[in-house]
Structure formats: C-alpha cells, structure tokens
Design a protein around this ligand. Structure first.
Ligand code: GDP
Length: 530
C-alpha cells in the first residue's frame, strides 16, 4: 500500500515547474533562458549565460570542446525562484550530433517552450525535437522570437507551425508590425497592449484594452490600429479559444510573440507559464505508474556528465526526482546493481551555482557524484524494484569498428569505452562472430569526442576502421525456431549490445528489407525500448 506525505510536501510539488527550451540553433534559446533567469533574480547581468553551442569549427579544436563541455555542465539545469514558484530549466545541446542527449533530457521535463525565429520560421532541428515531444504528449508553448527584425507574416508563421510541427496552435499574444515597424504586442491572454521600445532596460507595463474598438487605441499605435483590429477578428474566427486542459494534454499550443534580446514579451510568457504549465507529473515504470505525491523516493538517471578534470575520474549523474523526498545521506536502492548507495554531496543547480542540498522534491533534478555506478536510465528507489520506462536508445546512424592502438593499454580502452557508452555518448556493440567492437552514433562529432576523451581521461588510444553498415535493429521473437534459424544463417551479421541483447547488423536497406520479409515472426526494433 502506497503512503502519501502531508500538505507541506504537496505544496512543494505544486510549486515546481520543470521544463526545457528547445529550438533550432540561433533562434534565441540562450537569450531567452538568460532573460528568464534575470526575471528570477538568479543572475544580475546579461551575458552571464553562455551558449552551449558546439560550433562546427570547434571540431578540430579540442580545447574548445572541453570549454563547451564545461559550459554544458554549468547550464545543465538552471533552477530559480520566481513569484514563489521553483522553476527548473533543463538545457539541451544545440548541436544536432548531440540530439540523443536532447531526447533523453526531454524525458525528464514536464513541458517545453519552443523558440522559433520569426524570419526563419520552422527549422529542421525544431521539427525533430517537437516530434519527440508529440510522442510523449508533452505540453508545448511557442515563443516566436526576433519580432524586432523583419519577419514573416504572423498568420503564415502559425500555418507553418501547424503544418510542419503538426501542432494545433492558438495565439495568446499578437504582434503589431515587425522589423523597424514593430510597435508591440496585444496580449490576448490578459487583454492589454504592450508597446515596444528597443533595448530598454526596464520591463514594459501593459495598458489595459479590453475592447479593441476603443478609439484611444489610435493614440498608441496610430495607423497600425485597423490592421490589429482586423487581425484579431480573424484570430478569434480561426483559432480555438484557449483551454488550459487542451494545453496540458498536448492538444493545443499557446503562442507568444516577442523579442528575447529586447526583453520584450518574455515576462508575459513567464507569467502565463507559471500559471498554466504542468506541475511535476508522475512517470510509468515497467511495473506500475508512480505518482509524484507518493512518500517513497524514486528517481531515474537521464544524463551523466564526466568530470573534466582528468585527475578526478568522478562523474555527475543527473537524477529526476519522480516521487517522494530525496534526502542526503539516506541509503537508496540502485535497482540495476541491487545495491544500497548513500550520497553525501547531492547537488542542486540554482542558476549557475551548484550547492549541496539536504532534500529535493519531485520535479527537481539532483546531481549525484558517481565513480561509475550509474548508467543512463538507472532507477533509484527506497527498496522497491522499479524500472522507469521511456529512455530509449535509437538505432545509430553511423558506425565504425574501434581498435586498440596501444597494446599496453587494452584495459584502459575497455574501461573507457564502457564508461563513455554508459554516459550515452555512443552505443557499443560486439560482433558475435568476430568479437570486434563496433561504435554506433547519431553524429560524426562523437567519434572525435570519444577518441579524444579516451586519450585524455583514460590514457587509451583507439583507431577507427570503416564498417559497411546501414542500420542496426534489436531482434526479438516468440517464434524460437525461426529466431534460431535466423541467427544461424545470419551469424556474421549479429552482434550483442551492452546488455547482451541480440542485434542484427544490416549492411544495406535491401538486406534489412529482405530479412524482414523472410522472417515475418521476428520483430526488428529501431529503438531500444520494446
Ligand atoms: P540559440 O542558439 O538558440 O541559443 O540562440 P542565441 O540565444 O545564442 O541567439 C542567437 C543570436 O540571435 C544572438 O546573436 C542573439 O543576440 C540574437 N537574438 C536573440 N534574440 C533576438 C531578438 O529578439 N532580436 C534580435 N534582433 N536578435 C536576437
């Protein structure tokens, strides 16, 4: 029988909002994050939040990669308080080679804010990320940014969002002009007008305009008045009335317009966000659904970050608290290892500061120093056997054989590969027939990162060799004889993943196609969760 805590605990859950900001690089994610932190008083000056972007030129510059990794530890989680709400923003890497990191981070949030550049509209990276959110029914808010620059027509932008992102939208604010003619926004949510002044330091105050036919409107926006009236007529005719429940169930996305750089429209976004964004929700474990208000602590690891100081081999495992209260120095059950672990220095991330904390609540992210016990997806509990679902690995897209380049260091290489792949940098397969190790990634950059980190953190050298591989698929079947037959015939195209599961190595689309046709009782899985 599950036990639930008292009111104080429930209040702590209800005042938390854990979300991620996602965008195509350069749309303004970093700028928006920074402005949100400024509102929370978490930082005092602009420029304090560093972009976690790994630029393409950085691939040949390893100091740069290390610097970027430092930034991405510092910005992994940014917690702050605003109007008595505890907000946790989870950072997601902008570079597409690290898309899997982003997918995993999306499993740890309860909602997302999508930033779109008003001139560029919906870009490819946004499409991919939103697809993942849609699969999970994550509530989405959209912020259309850079209205101070010439941009597309707002109706066209909303159309594009509906078509490309397959989202239904309803605007909660509406822009008056754009670029040099940008006058401000009309906030449909609180029925007031916000006038734009570029680069102002202070935060704009809304002017209440319940009724847009009010003749005084002309005094504020002059010849843009008629256009605004016409636009809003059309808006109320075309878009559905905003209902919080539709947003919370992922059916409709409220849209705001603004300019993050000019701090314009950001506060309305934040004020609306804390009112309507979901409080921490429970999660499904394989065994059962877990409610955040349950008394017993549970959580899962969604990200692991290695220490960049090669003299300290420790890592930080990021744990999303799902239920109960996490307490410092209390022994918890590491389900996969079937071991009790205690944490003397659990870390909270407030803005850019890390600090040791005594307790954490559902929705919070706790950083645990770890000497190698954790893998992505691990579950911690007070003793119950639970396995949280929903942290899939995707079938990689790029493959290489990895060979030891220094015979004296084979142990170091094995350990390095094991730990780096536990962190989720790449996937490791072992060819069944050959015993050769194969690394699979979603981006080319990872190969370089692995080689570099093996050398610098483990003292191991590796060499890559090409492999002709189109795709890997995890294989399962209830039809034992068919599976055995397949495995016997395809022996040289089989590998094991790190968990010892069978993987088919398809060297061409044709090979995959024919295998699927010839062996109808075998299931070919392209994500590790099946
Ligand atoms: P990210 O890659 O999504 O994190 O984007 P950044 O926040 O780093 O922004 C990319 C560039 O766009 C930077 O040069 C920002 O100064 C600029 N930028 C962000 N918001 C605005 C805006 O509202 N107006 C204008 N004109 N530029 C902006």
């Amino acid at each position: 029988c599950k036990k639930f805590f008292g009111m104080g605990f429930i209040e702590e859950i209800k005042r938390r909002r854990t979300f991620a900001i996602i965008s195509h690089p350069d749309a303004g994610k970093t700028t928006l994050t920074e402005k949100l932190l400024l509102f929370g008083g978490a930082i005092q000056v602009a420029g304090a939040v560093k972009s976690n972007k790994i630029t393409k030129t950085a691939t040949s510059d390893w100091m740069e990669i290390e610097r970027q990794r430092g930034i991405s530890v510092a910005t992994s989680v940014m917690g702050f308080e605003y109007k008595d709400v505890k907000i946790n923003i989870l950072d997601t890497p902008g570079h597409q080679d690290f898309a899997e990191d982003t997918f995993r981070t999306l499993t740890a949030v309860d909602s997302v804010v999508v930033v779109i550049d008003a001139a560029k509209g919906v870009e490819p990276q946004t499409e991919k990320l939103v697809k993942v959110c849609r699969m999970r029914h994550t509530p989405i808010m959209v912020f259309i940014n850079k209205l101070d620059r010439p941009g597309q027509d707002p109706f066209d932008l909303l159309d594009e969002i509906e078509k490309k992102l397959h989202l239904r939208v309803t605007p909660l604010s509406w822009p008056i002009g754009n670029g040099p003619g940008f006058r401000g926004v009309y906030n449909i949510f609180d029925r007031s007008l916000y006038l734009f002044e570029p680069n102002k330091q202070r935060v704009e105050q809304g002017i209440a305009f319940d009724d847009l036919s009010n003749p005084f409107l002309v005094q504020y926006i002059g010849d843009a008045t008629q256009q605004l009236r016409d636009d809003l007529d059309l808006v109320s005719g075309v878009y559905p009335e905003f209902e919080v429940d539709d947003y919370l169930s992922g059916k409709i996305c409220p849209v705001f317009f603004g300019s993050a750089l000019n701090n314009f429209g950001v506060r309305e976004l934040l004020d609306c966000f804390i009112r309507i964004a979901p409080t921490p929700i429970g999660r499904d474990a394989e065994e059962r659904h877990v409610d955040p208000a349950e008394e017993a602590f549970t959580g899962f690891v969604f990200k692991i970050h290695a220490n960049m100081d090669p003299n300290h081999r420790d890592r930080i495992a990021f744990v999303r608290v799902v239920s109960g209260r996490f307490e410092r120095n209390k022994p918890y059950h590491h389900v996969r290892l079937d071991r009790k672990l205690k944490f003397a220095n659990p870390t909270a991330f407030m803005a850019q500061k890390k600090s040791v904390v005594d307790e954490m609540y559902p929705g919070d992210i706790v950083g645990l120093y770890d000497a190698g016990n954790f893998k992505i997806g691990d579950t911690l509990t007070e003793g119950e056997i639970l396995h949280y679902k929903g942290i899939p690995s995707f079938s990689p897209e790029l493959f290489r054989y990895v060979e030891n380049a220094d015979p004296m260091k084979s142990k170091q290489l094995a350990k390095g590969l094991e730990q780096l792949t536990d962190e989720g940098v790449a996937q490791l397969f072992t060819g069944r027939a050959t015993g050769r190790k194969i690394i699979g990634t979603v981006g080319a950059l990872q190969f370089e990162v692995i080689q570099y980190r093996l050398l610098h953190e483990y003292g191991a050298s590796c060499r890559y060799e090409p492999i002709t591989l189109h795709k890997t698929a995890w294989i399962t079947s209830d039809n034992k004889p068919m599976l055995e037959d397949f495995k016997a015939r395809k022996a040289s195209f089989l590998a094991l993943d790190k968990e010892g599961r069978d993987v088919f190595l398809a060297d061409s689309p044709y090979a995959l196609q024919t295998a699927m046709e010839k062996y109808p009782d075998i299931r070919f899985h392209f994500t590790s969760e099946f």
